[in-house]
Design a protein around this ligand. Structure first.
Ligand SMILES: NC(=O)C1=CN([C@@H]2O[C@H](COP(=O)(O)OP(=O)(O)OC[C@H]3O[C@@H](n4cnc5c(N)ncnc54)[C@H](OP(=O)(O)O)[C@@H]3O)[C@@H](O)[C@H]2O)[C@@H](O)CC1
Ligand SMILES: Nc1ncnc2c1ncn2[C@@H]1O[C@H](COP(=O)(O)OP(=O)(O)O)[C@@H](O)[C@H]1O
Ligand SMILES: [K+]
Length: 506
């Protein structure tokens, strides 16, 4: 699903109005119908619903929902904030229609002495104050109203976006000036802000409501941000022909493990094999020999000269993919080995670097310059900050990822609830699969194995990263069904990878 900016949404809106014979009022009516249906499916008519409408079309949506709920016999109280004496045409029209209803509980707030209604825990607040037309962070009376809503026990549903939050970047927005919604009903598209963890407390659960904006325009509009869903992953996965052989599925090298961290190598190797690599070699210190051969007999073992750490990374074959990092530790000898490998790596083939490989590089930042273009790094927030400096917010971190990805021409896969695959051209692919069960040791090693396997099979790095993240999350979802969100082990995720791919392809 494409994620558009405000400006793009306005232009798709305009196109729909100009080319599909729909008026702006009809779009408001469609949005309101979808919102009303959603509320009706969740609450009974006796439930008290308190609607706050602003002066623009977010308010128009809210007023229209109010009318529809009254017509369905709901117990609705509506407040329209007409502070500046200027309503959008759609808002003014919906105000008029409400006034035509006998006994509608409707209050128009025009000045400063507004007495807020009681918002107890059994009230549902519908927040239609501001949506995509927000100009600047909320101040004055709106700020007080938002504080009042946030301080109440009511269940809060926001229309389009929580009022006070911008759809994209929110650098200067204070938490107290944004509605904290329990449910956000986004009109037609989710917004970039939904995928940034800083905003999780504002957005709550979210759902996209389709108002049938022009599909043709949506398809042809360029985008910078994308939410990867099952159908996207399905389109990326190549079916396997009946006459294919191991040789068709690539040869991968996984440099992983050290004394006390051989599990990382085992999990990465299992995940790579479960996601279909043709041949896998694991390079580990000698102490890993018995462990690896016994637990992953399908993989070849290549012993380092050293007993407990990796000291020598050299490619004895022309591998289709080389992944380095899970469990290798940050011993000086390992850092040196990694440095000389990266500096002398001359084939130009992209590398995949994770975990301790990134921690090693963070102490030798010049190595980033030496990475082949389109190499993939897969940091979580901590590893990212060790590489690129401390960040106070996830939004700042994402912006840095965009800059650094372009600067070094590498793919940065920033892990989290919505893992972001940031590409050098500035495009970001957010992953939608996965659950908190994946927050378990070794989970990242499994991801590395999957991506390495896809790279070896000939998926271009950007696809291997995006598809790998989706398959990993999906395998985590299957594992959580079996073991629950507390009980998932990274080994379960590796184990479920093959089934995940099968389910996605069906
Ligand atoms: N596109 C779609 O898919 C569809 C979208 N729809 C809906 O329309 C919504 C967008 O509507 P919108 O453009 O009228 O903007 P909205 O957020 O209501 O606010 C604008 C008003 O707020 C004011 N204002 C702004 N900032 C302020 C501040 N800090 N403090 C005080 N005032 C401030 C601003 O004032 P002005 O800038 O004009 O001076 C103007 O009066 C969208 O979110 C969705 O819900 C659907 O109905 C149909 C299809
Ligand atoms: N709440 C969550 N929802 C979805 N995915 C998650 C969640 N928490 C963690 N993950 C995923 O689990 C993986 C954890 O990786 P990482 O932090 O490197 O773990 P480890 O270092 O233990 O291997 C990442 O792919 C991340 O996206
Ligand atoms: K809103």
């Amino acid at each position: 699903m494409k994620i558009f900016t405000n400006e793009q949404i306005r232009s798709i809106d305009r196109y729909t109005i100009e080319n599909e014979g729909v008026t702006s009022l009809e779009l408001v009516e469609r949005a309101a119908t979808a919102i009303a249906c959603e509320l009706i499916s969740r609450w009974r008519p006796s439930h008290r619903i308190c609607i706050f409408a602003g002066p623009g079309n977010n308010g128009a949506d809210a007023l229209a929902v109010g009318r529809m709920l009254i017509e369905q016999g709901y117990n609705v109280e509506i407040f329209l904030f007409n502070i500046f004496g200027k309503l959008s045409d759609e808002c003014a029209y919906n105000r008029k229609r409400l006034l035509e209803i006998d006994n509608a509980d409707f209050t128009e707030v025009v000045g400063g002495n507004f007495q807020p209604p009681d918002l107890s825990s059994d009230v549902v607040v519908l927040d239609g104050l501001f949506g995509s037309g927000l100009r600047e962070p909320l101040t004055g009376g709106f700020q007080s109203l938002v504080s009042y809503i946030n301080g109440s026990e009511a269940y809060v549903v926001s229309i389009d976006v929580p009022s006070g939050l911008f759809g994209e970047w929110n650098e200067n927005v204070l938490s107290r000036n944004v509605v904290h919604a329990d449910l956000t009903l986004a009109i037609q598209f989710p917004r970039l802000a939904f995928f940034i963890v800083d905003n999780a407390e504002f957005i709550g659960e979210w759902k996209v409501l389709d108002i049938e904006l022009s599909q043709q325009e949506i398809k042809s509009s360029p985008y910078d941000y994308f939410l990867v869903e099952k159908s996207d992953a399905r389109n990326m996965l190549r079916p396997r022909g009946l006459f294919t052989s191991k040789a068709d599925f690539g040869n991968a090298l996984l440099v992983a493990g050290s004394y006390g961290m051989m599990g990382a190598a085992v999990m990465g190797a299992r995940a790579a094999l479960r996601s279909g690599v043709g041949k896998l070699t694991v390079h580990s210190p000698r102490c890993g020999y018995n462990i690896l051969q016994a637990s992953v007999p399908e993989a070849l073992f290549q012993a380092d000269h050293h007993d407990i750490a990796i000291t020598d990374i050299t490619l004895k074959h022309d591998y289709n993919a080389v992944a380095i990092g899970p469990g290798i530790g940050t011993h000086d000898v390992t850092k040196k080995a990694l440095e000389s490998f990266i500096i002398s790596h001359s084939s130009g083939k992209p590398l995949l670097l994770d975990a301790d490989a990134l921690n090693c590089i963070s102490q030798r930042r010049h190595l980033l310059d030496a990475l082949p273009p389109l190499s993939i790094i897969t940091p979580h927030a901590g590893e990212f900050d060790r590489l690129f400096g401390e960040h106070n917010t996830a939004e700042e971190r994402l912006k840095t990822a965009i800059e650094q990805s372009a600067y070094y021409q590498i793919i940065i896969l920033l892990k989290g609830r919505y893992t972001a695959v940031v590409r050098p051209d500035g495009k970001i692919y957010f992953n939608s699969s996965g659950n908190p069960g994946l927050a378990t040791p070794g989970s990242g090693d499994v991801l590395t194995g999957i991506i390495a396997s896809f790279m070896a099979q000939g998926y271009i790095p950007a696809v291997a990263a995006t598809l790998g993240a989706f398959v990993h999350g999906y395998a985590g979802d299957i594992a959580a069904e079996r073991h629950g969100r507390y009980g998932v082990l990274a080994s379960d995720v590796a184990e479920c990878t093959g089934r995940a791919i099968r389910d996605i392809m069906q």
